[in-house]
Design a binder for this molecule. Structure first.
Ligand SMILES: NC(=O)NCCC[C@H](N)C(=O)O
Length: 412
């Protein structure tokens, strides 16, 4: 059984989960893309090519890649897993009893590969039979469907595998997502981790999100969670990750002795800086890239440490850069800011995920080639940047770090 363990942000990256988006992107239109958290419609073929380039770059650098649709299809081969996934995705609460039956029997006809594709890419009313549901006298929802309605909503943000689940040391958090457009993604990751042969008997813990319950406001998204190493974890308080979510994850990590300190940093609430990794990412033992307009030495931040009886002790700290040095276990940190032209260049490059690079070993990162000012600055600090195209993929507002979920990474 291969190791399931993520010991750091920058140690040698061994295995990741990616999602190559196709059908999900084909469903994006100008009228639904806002709701689906994309800023535009994409050129699907081009986005696929860019993703292949990212995938191949990882393989060339000795990283083993697993694709979400393959893992999900293999998971669905287990009848218990298939039943569980369909119970979740075709529930009566979602459709009403009659329509739930119709949708379920439609989905059950697919082979596992096609079912995986449809669960992630969505099913539109026109894919089934528009007449069938409209004329079902017992389904009120059926009567209300329009020609462009979805029966199973597409999940184009599965592209950002970092967010839906995140591995922290010897376990995983299957994340309760903040935005309705992403909540169903978690069902697929839960199914994979519970039933897929690679994970089913794996030696790992569940830190958070495993129970089938409403987590209300206690949301976490993996883009906010950075595993610094040496038992330290840095988490953004953001548009997506709440203080109560962080506290719950910290308690669970501490209860198991998996972490000894969690630092939570306030990022405010904005779409541009929706996750910590859109404004701050670790590049090397002592180097981070950051977007100073959102996160800087004055950022409000708190240290959570284990207290008595399972409680956490919270204390506010001063000087965020000193805290980063403390977390990284170094004397001082080198901070590489976004951009390098003027303030406009910095804002443009942050928007295009200049800070959202994927470190594959200390001092070596993968990032979008378009962010040349930030790349230049990183190179001047001795960081090796492997540039990939991302003009289409970037319209979903995520870069290489967001598009990868490490499941095996070395300690530092
Ligand atoms: N970690 C990240 O920053 N992930 C990017 C997520 C982008 C996606 N369109 C979203 O809004 O959730």
């Amino acid at each position: 059984m291969s190791r399931l363990y993520v010991g750091s942000e920058i140690g040698k990256l061994n295995r990741v989960i990616l999602h190559r988006p196709q059908l999900g992107l084909a469903r994006l239109t100008p009228s639904n893309c806002d709701e689906l958290l994309f800023d535009d419609v994409l050129r699907i073929g081009k986005a696929g090519e860019e993703h292949d380039k990212f995938h191949n770059t990882l393989v060339e650098h000795d990283v083993e890649v697993f694709l979400l649709n393959d893992l999900l299809a293999e998971t669905l081969a287990d009848p218990e897993a298939k039943k569980w996934v369909l119970d979740q995705q075709c529930s009566e609460l979602r459709f009403g009893a009659t329509m739930a039956r119709e949708v379920r029997s439609y989905m059950e006809e697919f082979d596992n590969r096609e079912l995986s594709k449809r669960l992630t890419g969505g099913v539109a009313i026109v894919d089934i039979d528009p007449e069938l549901l409209k004329t079902t006298p017992k389904s009120l929802k059926g009567h209300m469907l329009q020609e462009n309605s979805f029966v199973i909503e597409p999940l184009p943000n599965h592209l950002f595998t970092r967010d839906t689940s995140c591995w922290v040391y010897g376990g995983v958090s299957v994340n309760p997502m903040a935005k309705p457009a992403r909540r169903r993604e978690t069902v697929h990751l839960k199914a994979i981790y519970q039933f897929h042969p690679m994970f089913k008997n794996g030696d790992f813990e569940y830190w958070y999100g495993k129970e089938d319950k409403n987590y209300e406001g206690a949301t976490i998204e993996g883009g906010d969670v950075e595993v610094i190493g040496r038992g330290k974890v840095l988490i953004g308080i953001s548009e997506r990750t709440t203080p109560q979510g962080i506290e719950a994850l910290a308690r669970s990590l501490f209860a198991n002795g998996a972490a000894n300190e969690v630092v939570a940093v306030d990022l405010g609430q904005s779409r541009a800086a929706m996750h910590l990794d859109t404004v701050l990412t670790m590049l090397d033992h002592d180097a981070f890239t950051y977007y100073p307009a959102v996160v800087n030495d004055d950022s409000r931040h708190f240290s959570l440490t284990p207290g008595d009886d399972g409680d956490v002790i919270v204390h506010e700290r001063q000087s965020f850069f000193k805290t980063l040095a403390h977390l990284a276990g170094v004397e001082r940190v080198r901070m590489v800011p976004t951009g390098g032209g003027d303030i406009f260049a910095a804002e443009r490059e942050q928007w295009n995920d200049a800070n959202n690079v994927l470190t594959i070993r200390p001092g070596v990162v993968i990032g979008y080639e378009r962010n040349h000012y930030t790349i230049d600055r990183m190179q001047k600090e001795g960081i090796k940047v492997i540039a990939i195209p991302g003009d289409e993929l970037g319209r979903g507002r995520g870069g290489a770090r967001c598009m990868s979920c490490p499941i095996d990474r070395d300690d530092i």
